[in-house]
Design a protein around this ligand. Sequence first.
Ligand code: TRP
Length: 332
Amino acid sequence: MDDKKTLYSAIQPTNNLTIGNYVGAIKNWLNLQENYDCYFAIANMHAITVRQNPAELRQKTLALLALYIACGIDPQKCCLYVQSHVPAHAELCWVLNTFTYVGEMERMTQFKDKSARHAENVNMGLMDYPVLMAADILLYQAQFVPVGEDQRQHLEIARDIAQRFNNAYTPTFTVPEGLYMKVGAKINDLQDPAKKMSKSAENPNGSVFLSDDRDTIIRKFKRAVTDSGSEIRFDPENKPGVSNLLTIYSVFSGKTVPEAEAEFAGRGYGDFKLAVGEAVADKLQPVQREQEKILADREYLNAVLKSGAERAAHIAARTLGKVYKKIGFYQI
Ligand code: TRP
């Protein structure tokens, strides 16, 4: 365990997760947990940078933890915890703020997008979001950070901040590397296959949520846009809709794309879309049932969170102690 490299990632307990999040994040984590010392957090401090309903935020925190476990993330193997349970995140964030320039934060793409979408609440936390994320990662000296493409800019800033601090004093932080998911595993919107499937798409039929029931899943796939012609062939350039469905089918059925093409050769789009919907529903239903079961056991969830927070806090305190020493905070 001790010679394993450290890996860190987190998800916000806010929006519904889509099958894109499952494929892009949680499913990858399953393999990673075998070979790395993994920390998987629930980023509730990031979540409050846009206004949340408190009861919902609490409920979604537990639901996300139950989902991690239902998907096969093993709390015996990984450290699963809630960000706000480890005060060092806020503490290191404060120090790192003094190594981050306002101009850099103003230029962040996600900050600009979210400022436009929440013009009534462009708060300091929203602007500080990448610094808190840097604190998350750097506290654990993580070498690797599996994230989506949309987090690339935030990860680059985390690296810059780490290097800046290391150069100002002596090497203190591991400079983390992003692990970006493979292009082949990217899942696009069912209604607009040129776009990534998103938690907050305009057209809810374009996204399949991990919480969708079987009928909803099948209906969404039946309505998925396909392309002109009738051939079921992987060709993202000319057949983005069909290619996206082939990718989804491949991921959820465990077959390769060429196997899927062979299976559907000569068959119609209707048949094909139904089969994709069924493959997804077959995979998600047991996960949903397991999540419900885990969610009902509050005592177990609390125990997982308590031991996760203790383990995380122990490591985080070590890094924070070093930082405080280097910057000249008098210690008693
Ligand atoms: N900002 C990330 C997202 O929305 C979530 C996150 C918070 C994160 N802290 C992190 C991801 C640290 C990786 C590492 O997807």
